[in-house]
Design a protein around this ligand. Structure first.
Ligand code: PHE
Length: 368
């Protein structure tokens, strides 16, 4: 029997079921199985056709054969679904096997005269070095978003509306947040001080490394640049700790145990007192550490009591210091790079010259 005669009795249906189940089990792939499903259960498929023909049978037979056909339809549906799942599993297994990557293969040989591997961008390298030095002093890494509200970037840092410090920042303003708050691209990493203090009660000791933005573009300014912020709050931290911390940092970073460092009174709204930090250099040759000239390299100070209070920290109980520095500037000085735009041009020759080996991670004990 091949189903074309449609013998409508229970015994014939049972033997037909055995044939069809065998056919389903033998379907070689998903396409063949789908064709079979349409041939059996589709709108003019064999089982559908048999069900439609029930009306021609005498009533007593109709009941018996109807039940058998319904059972046949259910069995075939279940078997087809099971076979489909099995075929899908097999297809996935085959695909995973064929797409396996052999990680033991040797790397592709470099082109003649080319280098064996990529390199770490000098900005990333400086970031790793800064993290290694402050990490050894017990600072942990903190993060904040590039898109800030006016309050985090300015207000909480004691820079109220119309404060002249805002004009110096050449801020990129964004459309306001849905709740009406003014949004900006952060002009410095100092808002991470606020976020850190709000999220963690002191004592805290963090550095924040990341992108910052100001509408400024020339050989020493880029609209996007990187800063490192530091914040240490405890019960008894003083200006002495601030000085010791930054002198140690600068001498480790420039790898010069005797690098001259000078602290000069300055002003930031969020620190009091505030100090600009200079290192010794030679203005004529650009050489660091010699020559009797001074070069400003970072801003620092004791965190203003109003900033602490804005973060819910009691300024009569807690005090500490903060500092901020430009990562491009530090990198340019360390490697004698004279144009900041080179960092972002992605010239492979320049990158391979100034880039660092990925196989030598920044580590203090290696002398950076
Ligand atoms: N946020 C300041 C700037 O971008 C730097 C700074 C940070 C100064 C922390 C003091 C303390 O210029």
């Amino acid at each position: 029997m091949d189903g074309t005669e449609d013998v409508q009795d229970v015994a014939a249906i049972a033997s037909r079921e055995a044939e069809l189940v065998a056919e389903i089990e033998g379907a070689p792939d998903l396409a063949a199985l789908e064709a079979l499903r349409v041939r059996l259960l589709g709108r003019s498929g064999e089982v559908t056709r048999r069900l439609k023909a029930l009306g021609a049978l005498p009533p007593e037979k109709r009941k018996e054969v109807g039940a058998a056909l319904n059972a046949l339809r259910d069995t075939l549906t279940d078997r087809i679904n099971a076979r489909r799942a099995a075929l899908e599993r097999a297809a996935l297994t085959a695909r995973l096997a064929s797409e396996r990557i052999d990680v033991s293969l040797p790397p592709r040989p470099a082109p003649a005269g080319g280098q064996e591997s990529g390199v770490i961008h000098p900005i990333s390298r400086t970031i790793e070095e800064i993290a290694a030095i402050f990490g050894a002093m017990g600072f942990r890494l903190a993060e904040g978003p590039d898109i800030e509200t006016d309050w985090y970037n300015f207000g909480a840092l004691n820079i109220p509306p119309h404060h002249p410090a805002r004009a110096e920042h050449d801020t990129f303003y964004l459309p306001p947040a849905p709740n009406g708050e003014t949004r900006v691209l952060r002009t410095h990493t100092s808002p991470v001080q606020i976020r850190t203090l709000l999220a963690n009660p002191p004592p805290v000791r963090i550095i924040a490394l990341g992108r910052t933005y100001r509408a400024d573009h020339d050989a020493t300014h880029s609209p996007m640049f990187h800063q490192c912020e530091g914040l240490a709050i405890d019960r008894t931290l003083t200006l002495g700790h601030l000085k010791g911390c930054l002198i140690d940092f600068l001498r480790a970073f420039f790898d010069m145990p005797n690098l001259p460092v000078r602290f000069r009174a300055s002003y930031f709204p969020f620190t009091e007192p505030s100090m600009e930090v200079d290192i010794g250099w030679n203005r004529r040759t650009g050489e660091i550490g010699a020559g009797g000239d001074w070069l400003e390299i970072l801003g620092s100070g004791m965190v203003h009591p109003r900033v602490l209070a804005n973060c819910g920290v009691d300024p009569t109980e807690w005090q500490g210091f903060a500092f901020g520095m430009g990562i491009e500037r530090l990198t340019m000085l360390k490697w004698g790079i004279n144009d900041l735009r080179l960092f972002f041009e992605n010239d492979v020759r320049w990158l391979s010259h100034y880039g660092a080996s990925p196989f030598r991670p920044a580590a203090l004990q290696e002398g950076l």
